[in-house]
Design a binder for this molecule. Structure first.
Ligand SMILES: Nc1ncnc2c1ncn2[C@@H]1O[C@H](COP(=O)(O)OP(=O)(O)O)[C@@H](O)[C@H]1O
Ligand SMILES: [Mg+2]
Length: 328
């Protein structure tokens, strides 16, 4: 069943001429991991704002069409209730930090405090999440004095500590180094394992290829392409829609152009490695055959080896495929 259903949703921010979302229709199902990619200004953040009800409750402007969250139109949702259901990690971590708490611990604990969660439980959950996000050393620091990357981790921690069923995560790694990025993807992967519904905006396309179930490509406020990750990220036409393709997919297309096609276009490094090995093996076998058939002795030997009734293949086939005779 669709958890978030958009039907011809069109939205224009106040005082702007062009809609930031144009006729967007899509079904987001529970428990799936969606990746949103595409050029800057394509409407990715605006789409997140709509799915989290900030449009139309916070950003006024004009919304037409339907945005239904868990069976209820977004216009009818209570803002506090929707924020308990859907965790939202903002693109800009500076927006997320409350500015009213004096330590990282208090900042991360704030949402749980507001829900009236018992103190011991708050302590356990905050410590666990801070450990996961490797910010234990910062828990006594002032959140307003952190670097961009540290703020991004704190902002992410303050949302996952709430353990919402659905998470919308807008570019969570923009301020992080490769190691920090891997940490965040690992956590997102764990959340998927726990059956959470995830919507992630991210430019790091190789990681999107590895983890997401479905992809939406946003361009000029519309969905320019959408569908299963493998289908979308192996298609060269995505490049014309302002999005990138994984390195493995580009390699697959280059192999095709060079007249050495792989069985299919890979989208991850592991897939590429397996397909290259498969191709290498097939090439080696065909080269061996060509060489064997080039001389009369080779031809005889090849026949002996491949005939189901020869002693050599009889040995190989004996006990597996019936037609071989037992060896004399
Ligand atoms: N608060 C806002 N007020 C007016 N226009 C906005 C606002 N936020 C975004 N826009 C415009 O909406 C369009 C889509 O922006 P955005 O959703 O932020 O794209 P993306 O996240 O893909 O970079 C852009 O043209 C942008 O200028
Ligand atoms: Mg954005």
């Amino acid at each position: 069943m669709a958890f978030i259903e958009l039907k011809n949703a069109t939205y224009k921010y106040p005082y702007t001429k062009e809609p930031a979302l144009k006729d967007v229709s899509y079904s987001f199902e529970k428990g799936k991991f969606y990746g949103i990619i595409g050029e800057n200004g394509g409407g990715k953040t605006t789409l997140c704002n709509l799915m989290r009800g900030l449009i139309p409750h916070f950003y006024l402007g004009k919304l037409t069409g339907e945005a239904i969250i868990d069976g209820v139109d977004v216009r009818e949702w209570d803002t506090a209730e929707i924020s308990a259901q859907i965790g939202y990690v903002f693109q800009n971590p500076f927006t997320q930090i409350s500015g009213i708490k004096e330590t990282v611990f208090e900042e991360v604990a704030m949402g749980l405090e507001n829900l009236g969660v018992p103190k011991d439980e708050i302590l356990d959950r905050v410590c666990q999440v801070c450990r996961q996000l490797k910010i234990e050393d910062l828990i006594k620091n002032n959140p307003n004095e952190l670097s961009g990357g540290q703020r991004q981790r704190v902002a992410f921690a303050s949302i996952i500590v709430m353990d919402p069923e659905t998470l919308i995560i807008d570019e969570p790694t923009s301020q992080l180094d490769p190691e920090g990025t891997e940490d965040v993807f690992e956590i997102i992967h764990t959340l998927k394992g726990r059956g959470k519904t995830l919507v992630l905006v991210e430019h790091k396309i190789d990681l999107i290829a590895e983890y997401c179930d479905e992809i939406l490509v946003m361009q000029h406020g519309s969905i320019a392409a959408s569908g299963p990750t493998k289908k979308i990220l192996s298609d060269l036409s995505v490049l014309d829609k302002g999005a990138m393709l994984p390195g493995a997919a580009i390699f697959g297309h280059e192999m095709q152009r060079a007249g050495k096609p792989l069985r299919e276009i890979p989208i991850t490094v592991d897939e590429a490695a397996a397909l290259v090995a498969e191709r290498g093996k097939a090439e080696w076998q065909s080269r061996l055959k060509t060489r064997a058939l080039a001389t009369p002795t080779g031809l005889r030997r090849w026949r002996t080896l491949t005939s189901p009734y020869s002693p050599a293949s009889g040995w190989r086939l004996w006990g597996r495929t019936a037609p071989a005779r037992p060896p004399a």
